[in-house]
Write a protein that binds this ligand. Sequence first.
Ligand code: ZN
Length: 658
Amino acid sequence: MKSLWDDEEVKQFDDELGLRVYSSRLLGRDTSLVLHGGGNTSVKIDEQNILGEVETILYVKGSGWDLETIDRPGFAPVRMAHLLRLAELEQLSDLQMVNELKTHMTLASAPTPSVEAILHAILPYKYVDHTHADAVVTVTNTPNGLQHIKDIYGDSVVVVPYCMPGFDLARLCAKEFSAQRHDKTMGMVLMNHGIFTFADTARESYEQMIKLVNMAEQYLNKHKAWTLLHSTSELENDKKLYKELAQLRASVSAAADKPMLVKTNSALKYMDFVQRDDIADLCQQGPATPDHVIRTKRIPMLGRDVEEFVAGYKRYFEKYAQNARQEVSMLDPAPRVILDHNFGLATVGRTAKETMINEDIYDHTIDIILRASKLASYQALPGQDIFDVEYWELEQAKLRKGGSAPMFTGEVAMVTGAASGIGKACVESLLARGAAVVGLDIDPVVENIIDSPAYLGLICDVSITQHIIQALERGVRQFGGLDMLILNAGIFPASRPISELPMETWREVMQTNMDACLLFLREAHPLLKLAPNGGRVVLMGSKNVTAPGPGAAAYSVSKAGITQLARVAALEWGEDNIRVNTLHPDAVFDTAIWTKEVLKSRAESYGMTVEEYKRKNILKTELTSHDVAELVAEVCGPLFAKTTGAQVPIDGGNDRVI
Ligand code: ZN
């Protein structure tokens, strides 16, 4: 581990809080120090208040902020004098403590201060840095952890036995600090939790952290417990696994009682880990540091028996809830990390971001477990300690507050023809409602139309069955299954009367606009059947189905064909709880085919201006791709929960259709 301090970079930050921002970000950049919201930092600054008095203010990381991206508003300013008085109390519940922290800030709009604020306050240094460094956690998660820490640091750090974060930990640290501290104290190690460093400058405190973590890494290295080797030979990838994965996601969602996403990763590191003979022993010990439990639960599910995992979770809850600090209600018992011989590591979450965070956490957990095993053996904290963090008063309070998740949270949609126009707008409308979305298009730009963990763009020629199967496979590996299928891809050939229509054009239109829909429906059916809230399919028809125009025979027939296909699918799939509906849009001009020139010449042929032409419907309104996409999303949602086999026009009103 190296110091990332950069004399050039730091020039942008010239005041005390600015330097706090800078060195916090340096800590955040190294995922082996802190992960996703873990760790916290502070600085004590003298400030003049509105009455002209000088007060010392603790600027401490606010909850919800990540060290890697933190900025000035991410630090909550709390009055030091009050924090030091609180530290002298005999006891303080976590809810009381949070109330005291929030009511003694100097800025009403600041975030809630870290629960470790009092701990930061009692350390008599300007800058305080705290991480959950992998190397330190590795060494302390062994049967002789305390001895290893003594071997590494001698008496140059204060050592604090494990205690749950919050007021009690602050009290314990204050006690140990005053008992063990001397002139050469460099930091403070919290067993099974992490490490603190402190100094009068931001740089010194940061570099002390790097130095102490380095000492732990070197110790592991000296004991041949640092370097981890993974096999390098490619494994045969089972392409047909996606139906089994979708089944697994269905079982996990049923256990959670809400739709969940499941991300699969078959990297060699994970395949190696799950195929170890001692995997059952290694992975069932508990998390590397207690605060991971809130995201990953105490242990991963090994294999695919969700019922057995749920039964185990209920036993764990019943056993430890008896000794809980207050009344607790059981969280959903579904696993968040799954280890399996066939697919490696799978992570579960309500959002794509959560699945990625859980994957990162478990990736580091594997390193910690393997290194601790090489040093001695991996030993996590007892179940009760983990339970107490999982069922922490503050977390339970957050749960009680609830808050409604977007409509499609935990669900997966696939959209064809997603690179532009209506397809792209559908991707946006579905993402906005919380879905994870797979966008398909023959145009490679589809890969980059959206930058979000909830979006996967894939190049796909919908006329090739193998491409469709591969797209479904990749979508399921990324998100776990398929709930909504939006069949939008289509081509609109140049106007031609039937007497001059080449067979080639006819066949090409039928293949892309109609055959592809059959292939998608056929291949996606087993996945849609497993959708926790029921499968939904929306096909993009056309006004031409009910009101055809001359010169568009192939297009009109293909759209009439898929309308009929959708009606039959609605009949056949009702018993599978899959709804199939068709939209008939018309005159959506913000798509690629309607260039300015085309619009102008069409308007002229009607003797209209472009503006008049765009609104030549009953309501005299203009239609956009976004309008159609919003209807697509709503047709997939609860408003249309009892509608299937329907054809809904979205055309501003057309006298021939009406
Ligand atoms: Zn911590």
